[in-house]
Design a protein around this ligand. Structure first.
Ligand SMILES: Nc1nc2c(ncn2[C@@H]2O[C@H](COP(=O)(O)OP(=O)(O)OP(=O)(O)O)[C@@H](O)[C@H]2O)c(=O)[nH]1
Ligand SMILES: [Mg+2]
Length: 297
């Protein structure tokens, strides 16, 4: 048994929009998970890997914990709960700027029930008032007496090193599970679809972000021309939503493309990119179990 290197798995949980994915990206110094203002942006258990001289932490970013009876939301909740049970430790992230209500209560109870080591972090500290920070600390003291919460800003990279120090304290000794330079285990099709979904979600407002998903239909390498060919779809639920995403004279789709292409190129360093991107309508996909089984894998 290696008694110098540590290796542990960490579930990052919190309510929607608490900043879990932003924190994962800050820790990994890489865009591992997409982020947006819209709650319930993350829909899958997304793995992000951090390695330094202390060892390796394998994070699972989870969908925001949200109480709702809708089919999609219930599936997202199950994904978060599964990750809680499967990890060595839990990083519970609270949004300092949001009042804790019944949803936060339920999540705190679920976290306690796992009996796993817990690190508590209060995020968005750089914009929260002293009253808000005190309220978050009081909520946590009530549920997790004896655990001192850390205050952080995932966005500004403040207090993040302290979170890592605490997590490494709990991590068991063991060999690295991934190579030192690994930062995620997501396949390329999924990463491309996620980048496109992020750009599309950030383009629209109100209910439309929730009605979007995206899929890569085809991905081919042409070795002769050193080109990657990608055929991908952004899918919405109604024709009216499609018209908004496509935009006047295609302005929306052009914006999505111009923001997504540089990020997709980074995945295929050095190769040329040809992206065939279309928007299509799939009525009621959010309650279609065949589609949900495919995209919420
Ligand atoms: N001011 C501030 N905003 C932040 C911070 N961290 C995240 N945000 C913002 O909060 C919003 C939600 O961030 P995400 O990282 O997508 O949140 P999440 O917890 O992954 O959300 P879900 O996947 O929907 O559960 C985005 O607009 C972020 O830019 C922070 O430290 N400070
Ligand atoms: Mg997220």
């Amino acid at each position: 048994m290696n008694e110098t290197t540590k290796c542990g798995t960490v579930a990052i949980v919190g309510r929607p929009s608490s900043g879990k994915s932003t924190l994962l990206n800050t820790i990994c110094e890489m865009k591992v998970a997409i982020t947006s203002k819209t709650p319930q942006t993350t829909r899958n258990a997304i793995r992000g890997i951090y390695t330094d001289s202390r060892g390796q932490l394998i994070f699972t970013d989870t969908p925001g914990f949200h109480l709702s009876d809708k089919t999609l939301n219930k599936r997202l909740q199950q994904t978060a709960i599964r990750a809680l049970g499967e990890s060595d430790m839990i990083l519970y992230l609270l949004d300092a700027t949001r009042e804790s209500g019944p949803e936060e209560e339920q999540l705190a109870i679920l976290v306690k029930q796992t009996n796993s080591p817990v690190v508590l972090a209060v995020n968005k500290a750089e914009v929260a008032t002293d009253e808000q920070k005190a309220a978050a600390a009081a909520f946590l003291a009530q549920h997790f007496p004896g655990i001192v919460p850390l205050f952080a800003s995932a966005q500004e990279d403040e207090g993040v090193d302290e979170i890592l120090i605490e997590l490494f304290k709990f991590a068991p000794y063991g060999e690295l599970l991934y190579p030192e330079d690994a930062y995620t285990d997501q396949d390329v099709e999924f990463r491309i679809a996620e980048i496109l979904r992020e750009k599309a979600m950030n383009l629209v407002t109100e209910e439309i972000p929730h009605a979007i998903y995206s899929e890569v239909a085809d991905l081919e390498y042409d070795e002769k021309t050193n080109t990657v060919w990608i055929r991908a779809f952004i899918i919405v639920e109604r024709e009216t939503q499609k018209a908004i995403v496509v935009g006047r004279q295609g302005a929306g789709i052009a914006k999505i493309r111009s923001l997504a292409e540089p990020e997709i190129r980074q995945i295929f360093a050095g190769r040329k990119l040809r992206l065939d991107l279309r928007v299509k309508v799939q009525d009621k996909w959010r309650t279609n179990t065949v589609i949900l089984d495919r995209i919420l894998r």
